[in-house]
Write a protein that binds this ligand. Sequence first.
Ligand SMILES: Nc1ncnc2c1ncn2[C@@H]1O[C@H](COP(=O)(O)OP(=O)(O)O)[C@@H](O)[C@H]1O
Ligand SMILES: [Mg+2]
Length: 365
Amino acid sequence: MAAEVSEQVVGVRELGAAGVDPDDLPDGLVVADETGRIVCFNAAAVRITAVPAALAVGRPLVDVLPLEDLKGRRWWTLTDPYGGLAIRGGQPERNLLLGGREVLVSARYVRDRPCGPVRRVVVSLRGTEARRRTERSHAELIATVAHELRSPLTSVKGFTRTLLRKWERFTDDQKLMMLETVDNDADRIARLIAELLDIARIDTGRLELRRQPVDVAAAVGRHVHARISAGQAADRFLVHIQYPLPDLWADPDKVDQVLGNLLENAVRHGEGMVTIEVAPATAKDDEKGTAVTVSDEGPGIPEESLSRVFTRFWRGSKRGGTGLGLYIVKGIVEAHSGTITVGRGPGGGAEFRFILPVGAPAYLA
Ligand SMILES: Nc1ncnc2c1ncn2[C@@H]1O[C@H](COP(=O)(O)OP(=O)(O)O)[C@@H](O)[C@H]1O
Ligand SMILES: [Mg+2]
């Protein structure tokens, strides 16, 4: 993270060349020349430090940014960018104090040649609001997860306790019913935990893909058959495959997860005919690959909620599950460098369309 931040602020020159104004950067950017005098002090730096740019430019970095660590030690003395080890490339992001206020600071020392003298010191400043926001959203996530786990667990506990205490008072049928509920709730908890682990992998970019040739048409067929064998009416599904399909290298288990979620949603939240179309992506899609469209004839998703369906824990109706399905679907599709969109289908219901690029392994590309 720190490395990324300092990478972002490396090329003031490059920024200029690309027509980007340092004042457009969301983070504070302060650049000092080889003598330690400030040559660039952008708008965000002014906001964070409350020092006007006109007063900062031309003055020594150490005077304009009197940074201290949390123990009150002067940061510039500790780090000594111009005199320190010549192999130092910079400083990772740290929480420091500037006039008593917390700021996140990282620095990069730019040299013309390795181990040569420092030509520029590029400092990135971030207010702590960003971090507070992240912390708040983590706390919200934890609260939601705890809540989601608690309700099935409360039910499990209630039934096991009742059974243990009053075993003789119930008939076999009643006991069976209670155990089935416990069994279902335990499944729900296990599913929720599996989903949370998927989310953690998606959010940290650690979702592993085991790519191999995938026959999406066959996978769709399997899913529809499984639903029909599980008791759904066969005439609820319409599968349309447009051959020839492009090759597809993808993770078959993950593609199954995507199809499973979209079909389950179409059946659970939608109504009427569920149409699944597999076709080569068209010019309209802006992307080459295999396009899969799942649409139904249910109420669809209200216009104002379309932008929210792929967010964590969003669910539109009481029939909803955990509200994590579509977030995971999007994460998987994007891990394949694909895209997914939602809209209204021809039958009036929801229409989900995702495109998976060929994804050939490097040695074939
Ligand atoms: N085919 C559909 N028709 C109508 N609403 C849908 C459809 N698919 C998804 N939704 C809405 O999007 C919400 C989020 O879906 P999802 O992330 O899969 O969570 P879940 O299915 O667990 O509720 C659902 O609660 C539902 O309101
Ligand atoms: Mg779902």
